[in-house]
Design a protein around this ligand. Sequence first.
Ligand code: CAO
Length: 445
Amino acid sequence: MTTIKRKKPVTTPSKKPSTKPWGMDGKALDGVRILDFTHVQSGPTCTQLLAYMGADCIKVERPGVGDVTRGQLRDVKGEDSLYFTMLNGNKRSITIDSKNPKGKEIVERLVKSCDVLVENFAPGALDRMGFTWEHVNKLNPRIIMASVKGFGPGPYEECKVYENVAQCAGGAASTTGFREGPPLVTGAQIGDSGTGLHLALGIVSALYQRNRTGRGQRVICAMQDGVLNLCRVKLRDQQRLTHGPLTEYSQYGEGIPFGNATPRAGNDSGGGQPGWILKCKGAPEDPNAYIYFITQAPVWEAICDVIGKPEWKTDPEYAKPPARLPHLKQIFSAIEAWTMTKTKFEAMDILNKYNIPCGPILSMKEIAEEKSLRDVGTIVEVDHPGRGPYLTVGNPVKLSDSPCEVQRSPLLGEHTEEILTEVLGYSAKEITEISASGAISPPQK
Ligand code: CAO
């Protein structure tokens, strides 16, 4: 059994700085207990981050079934999938049928003893279980009830939403890809994980406000809004379009007129410094032998020297950034002629000496094997009793006084009895009655 225990809640903020060494005075969210009603990806991303920060996260799962992702995209027969294990570390699992009367009673007791309830059910599902905000707030006026939904109030609020739907509705797909191709979704889970991240910020802010007001509040993040927030530079460009063409987009240099909406910009860099993905030695056979190259203005002269075009330093057609805009295609072709003579790592070494901003296109294989990411706990290997060791992503946010120890995901119902006894104070006799009612299921073996 994993032993993740709740620390004593801190009620009065300390005015004096702790004299304990950094990292030895507990975790940032010690004392915060979360009733985690999340499933799939968006909600679990949020609660895993809070658990990484030290919160005691109690994941409620359907008896005998659990989070649907336990069985999705399985790579090891009969074992929890990586989809599940990589999103549910540092949590405890309790099975409760929240539609069973005894189960409802257990959830109500959890509501009373938790600081935060997080859920990402389809619209209306939690209400149908009987846990409306009004009821939850009445049971525990200090609780923060946080939800991910696909859309906010409006024409689509009743819709179920998955990652790619949010990417499309939030403006990411229409602005991703190549101009001449269809809209494209990105591999980064900006709809699911991105919204979970936004929700986590809402929760810690609400916890902070509660220190002053003494009461909880409702926190809601719609996936469409989360994606749009991440795409705000594209809404910026939409407004700029009314004042003329977007000169940093390569289509401007190519003389292709702009329409009435922010176009797809291929691999153009989103800011004012032109950039592109260029082939390196090994491409295209190696699909990731590429480098992202930014022609940042302050290092233009160094770029000209490195690629063997010193004459561009003084040529009026190339010397200044605005003059270069119509020639970007030609400039990147010349740079690519140079990058193709180097591996992406050789090119990195040379370019970094001159402070030229660039980045290798790293495959997931390369990332999984990258020592520096393991050294800092961004990639972590954890052991699992069923499936053996697996890699997961640790806390991407590093706190100097709240180190993160990544723990494996729980087995289904692994902590049911522990939570019923230690958190909710049920007696052995009562637990036998609960088991007989069908409200819980025996822990996964
Ligand atoms: N005990 C009893 N019933 C439970 C339960 C439990 N412990 N946990 C869940 N259920 C029930 C729910 O009450 C619901 O029942 P009803 O619809 O009959 O009321 C049912 O399980 C299914 O829940 P759901 O509607 O949330 O799940 P779904 O598979 O139909 O939809 C999803 C999944 C993701 C599309 C939907 O939950 C959703 O739109 N969520 C909001 C947006 C979101 O987070 N999307 C991201 C998905 S990927 O991260």
